[in-house]
Design a protein around this ligand. Structure first.
Ligand SMILES: [Fe+2]
Ligand SMILES: [Fe+2]
Length: 282
């Protein structure tokens, strides 16, 4: 059994200090086997924001892996954006933007989905290149057969249940096909600052994403199916859809991933189902 904490979109530069302190306490109280951070450590890739992010990571007891998000490269400084976009990320967070983690139960492969340029006005959208897909396939193929396979990126692989038209990471379909061919059980991402989890169905079935898909609470993935999980923003005050700060606790056991959302209640962290108000009587 492995326990993972999936945090995302911390956005140092616009965080609630109480939430940051609460998250450090929460993660260190019973440290998971691995913390996975799916990007957007900063607001504007400023030095002091990166310094805060690094100080946060240094306080964590558990090992961690991370990918950059679109906010982690300079937006307006075009020279640095084009010529050394990830220099600060490499200096402050980690030298590798696509790390891997492997033990005898889980294999985690990280993808840098951030684009430094796009032929459109919105450069915040992410994309996976064909060479990244090929490299990821090779990495997945090299993993021992028994490990539970997890792929991490910043931009979403699947749309929210409430917005089928939501912009996904570029080449999401090709990437998901490749992940499924290689037995990936779980994808983790952020960017939207909203939690949801839904299964990716095989295209040949023509089926809609499974009705077991959930947008809150607990999701259970079975080994033969790929579950796409999104995290809310762990510490940022840039919240969307009235969603509180949140992160995902994931247990990998018997070839399944069991996801529990933890939300900030104002004074501490609690399971989303306990923290959510009871549904209105119909
Ligand atoms: Fe973000
Ligand atoms: Fe983002």
């Amino acid at each position: 059994m492995r326990r993972i904490a999936h945090i995302s979109d911390l956005h140092f530069g616009r965080t609630d200090p109480a939430v940051v302190e609460g998250l450090v306490d929460e993660l260190n109280r019973a440290p998971p086997d691995l913390i996975i951070a799916s990007g957007d450590f900063t607001m504007r890739a400023r030095r002091r924001e990166y310094a805060e992010a690094r100080a946060f990571l240094a306080r964590l007891s558990a090992p961690w892996v991370a990918v950059p998000g679109n906010h982690d490269i300079a937006h307006f400084k075009l020279f640095s954006r084009f010529f050394h976009p990830f220099r600060r990320y490499r200096n402050f967070i980690h030298a590798e933007t696509e790390p891997t983690f492997l033990d005898d139960e889980i294999g985690v492969i990280c993808l840098n989905t951030v684009r430094t340029w796009a032929p459109e006005t919105d450069w915040s959208q992410g994309k996976i290149t064909r060479s990244q897909i090929a490299r990821t396939e090779a990495r997945l193929a090299a993993l021992p057969g028994q490990v539970f396979r997890i792929v991490v990126g910043h931009h979403p692989f699947m749309p929210p249940p409430w917005d089928a038209e939501a912009r996904l990471v570029g080449r999401a379909d090709e990437a998901l096909d490749a992940f499924r061919r290689h037995g990936v059980g779980l994808t983790l991402a952020g960017h939207l600052h909203r939690h949801y989890a839904r299964f990716v169905e095989a295209p040949e079935t023509g089926a809609e994403p499974d009705s077991e898909a959930v947008d809150r609470g607990t999701a259970r993935a079975h080994g033969t199916r790929l579950l796409a999980v999104q995290a809310g923003s762990a510490t940022s005050t840039r919240l969307r859809g009235n969603e509180p700060n949140a992160y995902n606790r994931i247990r990998i056991e018997d070839g399944r991933a069991i996801v529990t959302v933890r939300v900030w209640t104002g004074t501490g962290w609690a399971d989303a189902e306990e923290a959510a108000p009871p549904p209105a009587a119909s």
